[in-house]
Design a protein around this ligand. Structure first.
Ligand SMILES: Cc1cc2nc3c(=O)[nH]c(=O)nc-3n(C[C@H](O)[C@H](O)[C@H](O)COP(=O)(O)O)c2cc1C
Length: 171
């Protein structure tokens, strides 16, 4: 699949088939995350891969009960490793780590499309609850939950603000 096609096809998927995702596909998606750019190539990001249904139920609870998190057979928790980036970049490293994690997340979502899988960027969750559930250490922040599975819907793209957001040469 061409990158341009994956960019257009990617949608937030909130309905998933009751079908497991092979580990090989999960690994390919993680590799896409590892290959994303990062500040100073420090890769200020980590990934927690959750397949266990009970844990996904608890994650769902910590994410305002967004039930598709349980429906999807996998949930990848993308984390910003502030400690790793701050060692070299100080306070600014905290922002770099969030960018490192976000860049990885986007590459992973596009790779998922290429593999015929669906994802959704879930940012609404109780950060402390997720950290406690998954044993995420201090200095590392979960920034997004990525439910992953075979889609059971093909939603249209919500409208974009498009050119209103473009400031050519100067704001
Ligand atoms: C930072 C961020 C947080 C989001 N949080 C949620 C969320 O908690 N739950 C959800 O269903 N979708 C969430 N979304 C997905 C957006 O609703 C979705 O990307 C947007 O409506 C555009 O639709 P599309 O992804 O299909 O293009 C989030 C997206 C981003 C980038």
């Amino acid at each position: 699949m061409e990158v341009a096609e994956a960019v257009d096809l990617r949608r937030s998927i909130r309905r998933y088939q009751d079908k497991d995702v092979p580990d090989g596909m999960i690994k390919a998606i993680l590799r896409a995350g590892h290959m994303a750019p990062s500040a100073g190539n420090l890769q200020g990001r980590d990934f927690v891969i959750v397949k266990d249904r009970r844990m996904r139920e608890l994650i769902c609870k910590a994410a305002l009960g967004q039930s598709f998190i349980v429906e999807a057979p996998v949930c990848i928790v993308v984390c910003a490793n502030m400690s790793r980036s701050s060692e070299k970049y100080g306070k600014r490293g905290e922002l770099y780590a969030v960018q490192d994690a976000s860049a990885a997340a986007m590459s992973m979502m596009l790779m998922a499309v290429d593999l015929g899988l669906g994802t959704c960027w879930v940012g609404a969750f109780n950060e402390q609850a997720i950290s406690e559930l998954l044993g995420i250490p201090q200095g590392v922040r979960p920034v997004m939950l990525m439910p992953l599975g075979f889609p059971d819907e093909s939603p249209y793209a919500p409208p974009r603000l498009g050119e209103k957001l473009e400031h050519w040469e100067k704001w």
